[in-house]
Design a protein around this ligand. Structure first.
Ligand code: NDP
Length: 234
């Protein structure tokens, strides 16, 4: 049965790979964008996750087009790295507001319909940074660690209503966000990854697809790490 899926930041990068995977599985997939338009074959809604009204409007449009959101992938995110000594408060706040409060905004917009329908899957895209910490990423790592607490608390709140909330924590991926890091530090980073390679976007998308599938109905409040073993032991 085709479900109504919404992927925030699904216009490019990891979000787009996830959106394509759900569309290929036969779901109706909407993606948010901030002016780029939607990639071919996907329904696009303009949405800035730092703006509650914009989030409310986007959910309204998705509901009208393909029904209430049954699967939410909270993927939109930014980084703005600097050592704490040099990090401006604005950069700290902006990253938290986008990555963590943005996830709160979209989860809140999704939850009442999911409870009413007595089914729903929420998947939050975190990062191994949120598990291990990463020098230069106090803002980003804090936002990504916060998502784990958010998802686990939400999982407890909605469990009896047939709704699950889980987290995917990827390691380094090859996207616009990391193009500079990959160019400069790829070998150094991969030296600490047992599998010795970067996970593909499709591998992460496959995990999202599984978490949203019927066989994963009893998986909730979990963190699935996809990083070639780079965070083993953490
Ligand atoms: P990209 O920079 O390629 O894409 C980021 C996406 O987030 C874009 O679609 C962007 O939209 C959207 N976005 C950013 N800010 C907002 C906002 N305020 N409102 C709505 N959408 C917004 O990054 P990735 O694809 O790599 O990242 C996707 C997710 O995966 C992020 O949460 C990231 O933290 C996480 N992640 C990435 C890793 C990596 O190595 N790349 C590793 C671990 C986790 P727009 O096109 O409008 O800018």
């Amino acid at each position: 049965m085709s479900r109504s899926v919404l992927v925030t930041g699904g216009n490019r990068g990891l979000g787009l790979a996830i959106a394509r995977a759900f569309a290929a599985a036969g779901d109706s997939v909407a993606v948010t964008h901030r002016g780029s338009g939607a990639p071919d074959g996907l329904f696009g809604v303009t949405c800035d996750v730092t703006d509650s009204e914009s989030v409310t409007q986007a959910f309204k449009e998705v509901k009208e087009a393909q029904g209430p959101v049954e699967v939410l992938i909270s993927n939109a995110g930014i980084s703005d790295d600097a050592l704490l000594l040099r990090m401006r408060e604005e950069a700290f706040s902006r990253v938290i507001d986008t990555n963590l409060t943005g996830a709160y905004r979209v989860a809140k917009a999704a939850v009442s319909d999911m409870i009413r329908m007595r089914r729903g899957r929420m998947i939050f895209i975190s990062s191994v940074s949120g598990l291990k910490g990463h020098a230069g990423q106090t803002n980003y790592a804090a936002s990504k660690a916060g998502l784990i607490g958010l998802a686990r608390s939400l999982a407890r709140e909605v469990a009896t209503r047939g709704v699950t909330a889980n987290v995917i924590a990827p390691g380094l991926l090859d996207t616009d966000m990391t193009s500079e890091v990959i160019t400069r530090f790829k070998d150094q980073i991969l030296a600490e990854v047992p599998l010795g390679r970067v996970a593909t976007l499709d591998e992460v998308a496959a995990a999202a697809l599984w978490l949203a599938s019927e066989p994963a109905a009893s998986v909730t409040g979990q963190v699935i790490t996809i990083d070639g073993g780079g965070s083993l032991g953490n």
